[in-house]
Design a protein around this ligand. Structure first.
Ligand code: FE2
Ligand code: FE2
Length: 188
């Protein structure tokens, strides 16, 4: 098991929920309470798992550890990564607004939601691919031995704090439910 195994696992989960979200968007015919509720469920996952947990670990643990091991914080790849995370936050803000909108969605609202949602889907796949191909392999090379152990410990501390804030298993369960509801897969 590598120091990056937990993050690779999270990428796989993120991609499965992203596939489910794409299916949700394709099935978005009209407004209904259930459709709106399910958008809130996706928003919760993308915001609280992808942004506040996964990206946060990358930005506060992984990237600083890589810099300590010799990577350049200002490098093109890191700059790209930070820009991507901000772009994801922007797209999520737009989708959150749609989920929280007062009153019924109009045809135009639905079209807008579909288009921004698909942007998020495409973006998420490209972002995960970039990290899997370019960033994580460098991290695995650099973060071995003592350095790797420190990063693993930092990830564990991060999860401990998250659990103490009530996130114990809830988001993974939500992810599996969304995948089951929108991908025809059954929960493990
Ligand atoms: Fe990322
Ligand atoms: Fe990532």
């Amino acid at each position: 098991m590598s120091v990056l195994t937990p993050l690779f696992d999270e990428h796989r989960l993120i991609l499965r929920v992203t596939d489910a979200f794409e299916r949700y968007l394709k099935q978005l015919p009209t407004e209904s309470d259930e459709v709106r509720q399910d958008l809130h469920r996706f928003v919760t996952f993308f915001r609280e798992f992808v942004d506040l947990s996964h990206h946060e670990k990358e930005e506060t643990v992984l990237m600083p550890a890589m810099v300590k091991a010799g990577c350049d914080w200002e490098s093109e790849d890191f700059e790209h990564l930070r820009k991507d995370h901000n772009q994801e936050r922007y797209l999520m803000r737009v989708i959150r607004q749609a989920a929280s909108q007062r009153g019924l969605w109009t045809g135009e609202d639905l079209r807008h939601l579909k288009s921004v949602g698909q942007e998020l889907v495409d973006f998420m796949r490209a972002h995960v691919d970039l990290e899997n191909r370019k960033i994580y392999p460098v991290a695995m090379e650099l973060l071995q031995g003592e350095r790797g152990a420190m990063v693993t410990e930092a990830f564990e501390d991060f999860e401990r704090v998250r659990r103490s804030h009530g996130y114990d298993g809830f988001l993974s369960e939500l992810a599996e439910e969304l995948v089951r509801d929108y991908s025809g897969e059954s929960a493990p």
